[in-house]
Design a protein around this ligand. Structure first.
Ligand SMILES: N[C@@H](CCC(=O)N[C@@H](CS)C(=O)NCC(=O)O)C(=O)O
Length: 260
């Protein structure tokens, strides 16, 4: 096992990327120093391809001469390189439950939150700058935002963030939040320090909570509290922009939480 300070880690991220934020927290929790490379969305794909990562998405991590892409791959490799604190439980049954939750977080919740965000940014690009807080993109943030229209359009298209899909995602959100609350109650989620599943799901919830349209429905419930514990800081804030009729299912669950 290599000492953490000999690992020579470089993490490639996009500002506002939730799986990239999960990977950042993994490295922090493991105490592994790393250099962060901030990339612009869409342009990131060519950069990562040129650097010969296994795929062209963030997070991508080079560590100890290895190149990895994907938040779940990175979690496993970091646990192998630096076992403490563990990202997965040692008990085999609990590990399966955590891995199932992590996979659901990556395959279902993560892309849905990404679609919702791009749909919102397509309606109003001004909040983009808030997501890039602290990022070094190689050009002034104001200029990056001013010239971002084609990038936002391309990212919305590539992520299939069309209106019908996003409306459907918003209708599914209440059930997903309930599922996460249930997992917390069952002890699958919510470990201290956070597991890979807490980070995977917490990062998506944290990104959803940057949207004023969604934060009130998430923040006050166990899922929202878990997200803030797992990912204490997540830059970005977008004022209300989604059509109110799309948000009706979310408002209903918000009212029910407030009344309970
Ligand atoms: N499911 C992958 C996420 C991959 C992904 O789609 N990442 C986005 C950022 S959140 C990306 O790289 N997008 C490229 C782009 O926007 O051009 C993981 O968990 O690592």
């Amino acid at each position: 096992m290599a000492a953490a300070d000999q690992l020579d880690a470089k993490l490639y991220v996009i500002p506002g990327s939730h799986p990239a934020m999960a990977a950042r927290r993994m490295l922090e929790l493991k105490g592994i120093p790393y250099r962060r490379v901030d990339l612009m969305p869409v342009i990131s794909r060519g950069v990562l391809r040129g650097l010969r990562f296994p795929s062209n998405t963030v997070p991508s991590l080079s560590i100890s001469g290895r190149k990895l892409t994907g938040s779940r791959e990175i979690a496993r490799e970091l646990d192998a390189l630096r076992p403490e604190p563990p990202l997965y439980p040692s008990d085999p049954e609990r590990r399966v439950a955590v891995e199932d939750a992590e996979r659901w977080g990556e395959e279902v919740l993560q892309p849905a939150v990404r679609r919702i965000l791009w749909n919102a940014l397509k309606r109003n690009r001004a909040p983009l700058a808030s997501y890039a807080q602290g990022a070094r993109l190689g050009l002034p943030i104001g200029l990056a935002v001013k010239t971002a229209a084609p990038i936002v359009a391309a990212a919305s298209r590539m992520n299939r963030a069309g209106d019908d899909t996003v409306r459907h995602d918003l209708a599914s959100l209440p059930g997903w939040l309930k599922r996460i609350d249930d997992w917390i109650e069952e002890g699958v989620l919510g470990s201290d320090p956070p597991s890979a599943a807490d980070l995977q799901i917490g990062a998506s919830l944290r990104l959803a909570m940057t949207l004023d349209d969604l934060r009130p429905a998430i923040a006050e419930r166990p899922a929202g509290e878990l997200a803030v514990r797992a990912i204490p800081e997540f830059p970005g804030q977008a004022p209300p922009v989604l059509p109110p009729s799309w948000l009706e299912p979310v408002r209903e669950v918000q009212a029910a939480t407030a009344a309970s």
